[in-house]
Design a protein around this ligand. Structure first.
Ligand SMILES: [Zn+2]
Length: 475
């Protein structure tokens, strides 16, 4: 194996005064005389700052050429703060006249994620973004927004930060959005209905905003660890097995006084499976293509290790054939089925399903695709750059006890162990499920590593264009 190590750095941002991001004060809403708001995160959470800037409502803030959809309609957004809706334009179904349905229904496309809204605004040179929070389309309440935006925030150190982040990123509560629209003589619900149509055009609001923030920032360092089995005939083409090795560290004591977040299921199971893959490929016949094993850090802080690797890849992403990520494997026994995080249309999934069928196992799609599970695991740092990538999930239909037993285990894990000190090894763990899952993942990787296949996204997938942009590098 070629040993290798990728340095990984993380930016670190902490408000100077207490936990609240104090200092965010949207001001100057003419006609309303509302003056300063905040501090506090009751209707407002921000990162970064902005001088006085005009507000522009851009609907869902989506530019999706493969769906013939563009919310910007050529309007220059440079220097403006964009007010955007969360989720994608057909989350709330079709309109009375039948319009809508361009984004595949309730399952969330990447255009629905808040990260996409920030990235698209940065690509267009906007001064800032205000995401309007609504519990239904966000799939979580304001408390989640508040908790994840008023704590220490992390990012990787980027060569060109302005390409990934607008200077000012924020969320606002629905009530504040309604107020802003009223101040401009507009109605939020009507503007939102207009945004569900293809012919929507950006709407300038009469309000402007300036926001400041005091934050302390520092750099800390952690590592990604990489190792590779070099391919015999096409060493520059890589199949990637990845798993995150970080967890939550040491925190507040639980009821038993335990402060150590062991992360035994999440994610020593995924890491140990990846190490077994490495052992198998290193011992077995040398594959034609290379196989890269990647243990990434800082997943729990926002997929940062994988984001760092994908921003600074050791081997070109254009010739990265596929990524098979494992995060929290099943230890409740072998299952008749298997799954993956979220839904997507990708030939890599077809290959997984076919190999699974060869083992007599069936594929069960994610039951809650509207919560955007496809965008919340390390494979996604690759997928959004066009690389075919999935996070494998163990099945719930157990050979012993069926779906009832699998669901019971899942509910117990979610309630008592997930992201808690009790995510610990115990002698009841069973490995027959992981052995079957590992065999399946080995076969998928081995098939790809010994073929000329380049699995791709379906024509209407949001990542197809990014992949096709480098098609000439693959033959
Ligand atoms: Zn995890």
């Amino acid at each position: 194996m070629d040993p290798g190590r990728a340095a990984f750095e993380s930016g670190h941002r902490r408000p100077a005064e207490g936990l609240d991001l104090a200092g965010g004060r949207p001001t100057d809403q003419p006609g309303a005389g509302r003056g300063n708001r905040g501090p506090g995160a009751d209707e407002w959470c921000q990162r970064g700052q902005a001088g006085r800037r005009p507000l522009l409502f851009v609907g869902y803030g989506v530019s999706a050429p493969e769906r013939g959809w563009d919310d910007f309609k050529g309007v220059d957004v440079k220097g403006k703060i964009l007010v955007v809706l969360v989720n994608d334009p057909d989350f709330e179904g079709t309109l009375p006249d039948g319009a809508g349905g361009d984004f595949g229904g309730k399952a969330m496309t990447y255009y629905g994620r808040w990260t996409y809204k920030y990235e698209e605004a940065a690509r267009r040179g906007a001064a800032g973004v205000m995401v309007v929070h609504e519990t239904g389309p966000a799939s979580y309440g304001w408390a989640t927004v508040k908790n994840s935006n008023t704590n220490t925030m992390f990012d990787i150190v980027r060569a060109e930060p302005a390409k990934s982040h607008v200077p000012f990123e924020s969320w606002i509560q629905l009530g504040l959005a309604e107020h802003l629209f009223r101040d401009s003589g507009l109605n939020f619900a009507e503007a939102k209905a207009a945004a569900r149509r293809k012919d929507f055009k950006p709407i300038a609001l009469k309000s402007s905003l300036s926001a400041s923030l005091t934050a302390k920032s520092e750099q800390i360092r952690t590592y990604n660890i990489a190792a590779r089995v070099r391919g015999r005939t096409h060493p520059d083409e890589n199949i990637v097995y990845s798993a995150h090795y970080d967890h939550l560290g040491i925190g507040e004591p639980d009821a038993n006084g335990d402060r150590i977040f062991n992360g035994a299921v999440d994610n020593s199971t995924g890491v140990s499976l990846m190490i077994e893959m490495a052992r198998a490929f290193a011992k077995g016949p040398k594959p034609q293509r290379s196989v890269l094993f990647l243990a990434v850090g800082a997943e729990e802080k926002g997929l940062l290790g994988s984001e760092y690797y994908a921003s600074n890849p050791l081997y070109p992403l254009s010739k990265t054939v596929a990524v098979l990520n494992t995060d929290s494997m099943g230890i409740a026994g072998a299952a008749r089925d298997f799954s993956m995080a979220g839904l997507t249309k990708l030939e890599l999934v077809d290959l997984l399903v076919a190999e699974g069928a060869g083992q007599g196992r069936t594929f069960t799609p994610d039951a809650y695709p509207q919560s955007g599970g496809f965008y919340r695991s390390d494979h996604f740092s690759f997928a959004k750059r066009g690389v075919p990538a999935i996070s494998f999930k163990s099945g719930r239909n157990l050979l012993e006890g069926g779906i009832a037993a699998g669901e019971k285990w899942g509910a117990e894990y979610q309630a008592n162990r997930y992201h808690q000190p009790d995510d610990e090894w115990n002698p009841d763990w069973r490995y027959d499920g992981m052995i079957a899952d590992g065999t399946l993942l080995y076969r998928v990787g081995s098939t790809l590593a010994n073929s000329r296949q380049w699995p791709n996204w379906s024509a209407d997938a949001e990542f197809r264009a990014a992949r096709d942009a480098t098609a000439s590098e693959r033959r």
